[in-house]
Design a protein around this ligand. Structure first.
Ligand SMILES: [Zn+2]
Length: 248
């Protein structure tokens, strides 16, 4: 009998920033580099496929890393995922660890990811593909719901949210850039502004709430002290009165 395998699944990483930067530099100069466009475009496709696979695993359907056959599990950390045909097995907890912290859940991006996959697969010209890439990486999480909680690109391009925003802000544009790409650029800048304003408002609101809470606590404290003082004064008054009576 062959030895049982315990391979951990591997997951496609985010697309390196330097490739995206190169793409925009060329586009700004009016140079169409099809190989580079495909490299980034297909990198995003694979990344999205893995996002959907990790999500499925997280909702009860993991897949064998060797043949991709789907294996149901019950979320018990000790549950043994098993693929008979590959003679492979791994506990659910080990499987889950393989994708934790890899930004593979991408909540609030589903519609955009699906749209990209659908359109990219039938896109013919490099220009069409470039516009699809450009549209996707400039999305915001929960954008459709008006949330603008964070740049969707943080799950697609390596970097922390603010680094990704700065990076996208600094991409090259020129007179040769296509009108669609320049329009997306403008929309992006508006979203960043709006998102930052929303964030600032949320911070202000929180600060105001904290301040009110602090004032309330202070007021309560002040009253308590006053009451205690009044009680003390009352006691002192009574005992003084007693002394006076005793003296007569
Ligand atoms: Zn298998």
């Amino acid at each position: 009998m062959t030895k049982v395998r315990h391979d951990r699944p591997t997951w496609a990483g985010r697309v390196p920033r330097h490739k995206i930067a190169e793409l925009y530099k060329k586009e700004a100069l009016g140079i169409c580099e099809e190989v580079l466009i495909d490299d980034v475009g297909i990198g995003l496709l694979v990344r999205i496929e893995h996002i959907f696979r990790a999500r499925k695993a997280n909702s009860g359907l993991a897949s064998c890393p060797l043949c991709q056959r789907e294996i149901p599990h019950d979320f018990d950390p000790a549950f043994q995922l098993r693929c008979e045909s590959c003679n492979w097995e791994l506990t659910w907890t080990e499987y889950q660890k393989s994708f934790q912290g890899k930004h593979l859940i991408a909540s609030g991006m589903t519609a955009f990811l699906k749209e990209y996959v659908k359109k990219y697969k039938v896109a013919r010209s490099p220009q069409e593909k470039l516009i699809l890439i450009d549209t996707l990486i400039h999305r915001y999480h929960w954008e459709l719901e008006g949330g603008l909680t964070g740049p969707g690109a943080r799950d697609l391009i390596a970097g922390k949210p603010n680094e990704v925003i700065d990076f996208l802000n600094q991409l090259s544009y020129g007179t040769s850039s296509s009108p669609e790409i320049l329009a997306t650029r403008q929309e992006w800048l508006d979203k960043v502004r709006k998102s930052r304003a929303q964030y600032a408002d949320a911070v202000k609101e929180r600060e105001l709430k904290d301040e009110k809470k602090r004032q309330k606590a202070e007021e309560k404290n002040r009253r308590r002290t006053l009451k205690a003082k009044a009680r003390q004064a009352g006691r002192a008054g009574r005992s003084n009165a007693g002394e006076v009576r005793d003296g007569t």
